[in-house]
Design a protein around this ligand. Structure first.
Ligand code: CTP
Ligand code: CA
Length: 227
C-alpha cells in the first residue's frame, strides 16, 4: 500500500543525480581524488526509481552497482562530469548534485609517468568549472535544483552561502565530523537549507534521506507551479 503510493509520487518526473568522487589525472599512473563512496547519490537514485521517476545517474568511479532501472553515465574527471550534466540537465525536473567534485585539477597531465627526482615535487592546480553553479545559472522556472555541502566547520553559514551563490532551491548540508554522517556509512545526519528556513533531520539511512529529499523537491516544484 505504502509502496504503491510512493511509486506514483514521481511518475512522469525526470530526476538527474550526480554521485561519487571525481578523479583528476596527474600522469598516466596517478590521480587526485577524495573519499566519496557515492552511496548517498546512489541511494537517492534508487529511491527516485522506487518512487516511479525516470532516473539518470552521472557517476564518478565507485564500487557500487547501478540500481535496477536507473540509467548510469560513468565519468572520471570533473570536466567529464560537467559535459555529461550539460548534456542531460535540460530535460530534468529535479537535479540533485550529490557528487564530490574535485575543485582543482593539475594544470597539465604529464604524457609519461613523472619520475622521482629531487626532494620536492611542485604541482600547479587550476580550478574546475562549478557544475552546480552552472546549472543554477541556466535552470528553467520549473526545474528544482538541490546541492550538497559537506563541511567540517561553520556548516550552516557556509551552506547558506552556497545555496545563494549557486541559485539552488535547497542544500543538503552535512558535517563530516558528526557521528552517523560522512562518506562511507549507510546513514546520514543532514540539515536542509531552504531559501527562507532550515531544518535539521535526525540520523536516518541514506535511502530514507533520499526519499525525504525527493518528497521535498516535489513540493517545491508544485509551489513553483502556483507562483
Ligand atoms: N560542486 C559542483 N562543481 C564543482 C564543485 C562543487 O557541482 N566544481 C557541487 C557539489 O556537487 C555540491 C556543491 O557544489 O553539490 C557543494 O560542494 P562543496 O565542495 O561543498 O562546495 P564548494 O562550492 O566546492 O566550496 P568548498 O569546497 O570550498 O567548500
Ligand atoms: Ca568543493
Amino acid at each position: 500500500e505504502q509502496l504503491l503510493m510512493e511509486e506514483q509520487l514521481l511518475t512522469g518526473k525526470h530526476v538527474l543525480v550526480t554521485a561519487g568522487p571525481t578523479q583528476e589525472a596527474l600522469d598516466p599512473v596517478r590521480y587526485l581524488t577524495n573519499h566519496s563512496t557515492g552511496k548517498m547519490g546512489y541511494e537517492i537514485a534508487r529511491a527516485a526509481k522506487d518512487m516511479g521517476a525516470e532516473v539518470t545517474l552521472i557517476s564518478g568511479p565507485t564500487s557500487l552497482a547501478v540500481p535496477a532501472g536507473v540509467k548510469r553515465i560513468s565519468i572520471t574527471s570533473a570536466a567529464e562530469m560537467f559535459q555529461a550534466v550539460k548534456q542531460e540537465y535540460e530535460t530534468q525536473d529535479f537535479i540533485i548534485k550529490a557528487a564530490a567534485v574535485g575543485d582543482y585539477r593539475p594544470e597539465a597531465i604529464a604524457q609519461d609517468k613523472i619520475k622521482k627526482a629531487g626532494d620536492v615535487l611542485e604541482v600547479r592546480f587550476v580550478k574546475n568549472e562549478d557544475i552546480l553553479a552552472y546549472v543554477g545559472e541556466h535552470k528553467k522556472a520549473q526545474q528544482v535544483l538541490c546541492g550538497f555541502a559537506m563541511e567540517t566547520q561553520n556548516l550552516i553559514e557556509n551552506a547558506t552561502i552556497k545555496l545563494k551563490k549557486k541559485n539552488c532551491d535547497m542544500i543538503v548540508a552535512n558535517n563530516l565530523r558528526v557521528e552517523g554522517a560522512g562518506f562511507a556509512g549507510d546513514t546520514n545526519v543532514a540539515t536542509l537549507i531552504h531559501q527562507d528556513h532550515m531544518e535539521t533531520l535526525d540520523k536516518m539511512s541514506k535511502y530514507e534521506l533520499g526519499k525525504k529529499i525527493l518528497q521535498i523537491l516535489l513540493e517545491k516544484q508544485k509551489q513553483k507551479g502556483q507562483a
